[in-house]
Write a new protein. Structure first.
Length: 75
């Protein structure tokens, strides 16, 4: 099973041994280590992987998961 964690003001951290990353041709990228991080800021020189540039450019991202509503519809 794979897990993708959205890091605050940082990359997508991908955890899982059976995950591959492929380009638009279906060619797999070599993943040097696991877990690995995918760039979310657009600034990496090693896309699609994160190279730490997000820290140097002060990447800010405000999105966060919104818990599902506990409200129930009236019958
Ligand atoms: S998220 Fe790390 S370099 Fe873009």
């Amino acid at each position: 099973m794979a897990n993708i964690k959205v890091r605050q003001n940082g990359p997508y951290l991908v955890e899982g041994d059976d995950v591959t990353v492929v380009d638009w041709n279906g060619q797999a990228y070599v993943i040097p280590k696991r877990p690995f991080a995918l760039c979310r800021c657009g600034g990496s020189t090693n896309k699609p992987f994160c190279d730490g540039t997000h820290s140097r450019i002060g990447f800010q991202a405000a999105e966060a998961a919104v818990p599902a509503s506990q409200d129930k519809l009236a019958p």
